[in-house]
Design a protein around this ligand. Structure first.
Ligand SMILES: Nc1ccn([C@@H]2O[C@H](COP(=O)(O)OP(=O)(O)OP(=O)(O)O)[C@@H](O)[C@H]2O)c(=O)n1
Ligand SMILES: C[C@](O)(CO)[C@H](O)COP(=O)(O)O
Length: 451
């Protein structure tokens, strides 16, 4: 039985109708120039470009300031952004409150959209991995999902005295607090219901985010990792921070042409490609998880060639154990165990490792956490899926074994194999829409995002 939302078209409501009072630029925030020199472009242009890096989107509705000038200027800015084939981008006027703007954008999404992301244009530099994580969680059956970061400051509750002086009433336990970001993702019917019952037109106190409306009707909201780069540009200082990040990206567009002293060592890579390894003394461990036939081995090989990593493929280990006389019923446990052990040896001498196996259950995945902890490796968790079951089946049924004696699973075996949802995944790759090279780029971008 597929999860609700799995494979459904994904639409984005990009809200950009706010006035930006706290920024105080004298114009709607989405039109304020962000960045210096040739990188300078209105906030909405950066926000839309960043969102369109997410290959799962099929429709985007940008919600603009409702006044004719705002609408015209924002539409012109949106029209300047190149849009990938097959994606529709429309602009609609917004409302007085953020919730009004979201509702207007939601109503304008094409009917076939079953999964909806709601995103602040003000979070203009949000990395694509955050979009991917949220979509993956919704496609895995979570009806409402928010990215979030732990709160790092000590948080106090205050009371305000009659003269306006604040005094501390209590210190709040921050260990369970999270600062939530966007894009927030939903099954469309969940978001529509939340807005109907707790949105701007209702008598209920208005939540400041869409997940808040789902919570108000008792709905469950799942949290996935956010990113500091999903900063909401609210104040002039935030605008400077975001512009500095863009300068930094501009100064270091390609690690090949500007070697980063933090990188461990140079590896041979084809001309024009980027090279990435872990930090010195901190080797990189990339763990792939996904059903047979989704394309893990193709991605693993391409990634290993690219970054000079050891390719640890459990199939190869298992074939060796079988040839040595290991009984079939011990194969998986012994194969996985041997692969963890070899990975530990490789990482201990500083060799980056790409682990290529189904890793379908939490026990298997947690063992990789232990390998990383034991070797001090930087762990990047990559979920590989194929959202098109027909294509997946053709791949499973069309492939030939490349290892002596390797019995490939039937489609029925693959379909029935357990693959637990993996909300901790750092990168989710859909091989129905991504080539192996694009998948490798995504992994490398994630590695670099965290260095
Ligand atoms: N009526 C509104 C209010 C806000 N937003 C959007 O919601 C996001 C988050 O809002 P916020 O950052 O608070 O933006 P502003 O409302 O513009 O800022 P301020 O509160 O400082 O005026 C922004 O992308 C903003 O454009 C919107 O579409 N419609
Ligand atoms: C939705 C939101 O981005 C979650 O952090 C935020 O609540 C919107 O901004 P606002 O300042 O609360 O309107």
């Amino acid at each position: 039985m597929p999860n609700a939302g799995e494979g459904w078209p994904v639409g984005l409501v990009l809200v950009a109708a706010g006035q930006g009072t706290r920024l105080g630029a004298g114009m709607p925030k989405a039109l304020v120039p962000l960045g210096h020199g040739p990188r300078s472009a209105p906030v909405i242009v950066h926000a839309l470009r960043a969102a369109l890096r997410c290959r799962a989107l099929t429709s985007v509705v940008v919600v603009a300031p409702a006044d004719p000038d705002g609408m015209a200027q924002l539409s012109a800015a949106v029209a300047s952004v190149p849009v990938p084939p097959g994606v529709s981008v429309t602009v609609v006027p917004g409302g007085a409150e953020r919730a009004d703007s979201v509702a207007l954008g939601l109503a304008a999404l094409p009917t076939e959209v079953g999964v909806v992301l709601v995103h602040d244009a003000a979070r203009a530099l949000t990395p694509v991995e955050v979009f991917d994580r949220v979509i993956h969680a919704v496609h895995s059956g979570h009806a409402a999902v928010t990215p979030a970061l732990p709160v790092t400051d000590t948080v106090k509750q205050v009371t305000v005295g009659p003269t306006g002086v604040e005094t501390v009433a209590a210190t709040v336990d921050r260990s369970t607090l999270r600062a939530v970001q966007t894009p927030q993702g939903f099954l469309r019917e969940t978001l529509e219901r939340a807005h109907r019952e707790f949105g701007a037109g209702s008598a209920a106190p208005l939540a400041t985010d869409d997940c808040g409306m789902v919570e108000a009707h008792g709905g469950r909201v799942t949290v996935v990792a956010g990113s500091p780069r999903a900063l909401k540009i609210t104040t002039p200082h935030d605008l400077e921070v975001a512009a500095a990040w863009l300068d930094d990206d501009n100064d270091n567009p390609d690690p090949d042409s500007s070697p980063d002293p933090r990188r461990a060592r140079d590896v041979v890579a084809p001309e024009g490609t980027r090279r990435t390894e872990g930090l010195p003394g901190r080797p990189l461990l990339v763990v792939l998880s996904g059903l047979p036939g989704v394309g893990k081995t193709t991605i693993a090989r391409a990634l290993c060639r690219r970054i000079g990593a050891a390719h640890l493929r459990v199939d190869t280990v298992e074939q060796g154990l079988l040839r040595g006389g290991l009984p079939e019923d011990e194969l998986v446990a012994q194969g996985y165990g041997a692969t963890y052990a070899v990975a530990t040896d490789q990482l201990a001498v500083g060799t980056p490792v790409v682990a290529d196996m189904v890793n379908g259950i939490s026990l298997a995945r947690e063992a990789w956490d232990e390998v990383a902890a034991a070797t001090g490796a930087r762990l990047v968790r990559v979920l590989v899926e194929c959202s098109d079951p027909g294509l997946h089946r053709r791949r499973v049924e069309g492939r030939a074994p490349d290892l002596e004696g390797h019995r490939l699973p039937s489609w029925e075996e693959v379909r029935d194999r357990e693959l637990e949802s993996w909300v901790e995944a750092d990168v989710c790759l859909d091989t129905a829409v991504l080539s192996a090279e694009e998948a490798v780029e995504r992994i490398i971008a994630q590695v670099e995002d965290g260095t």
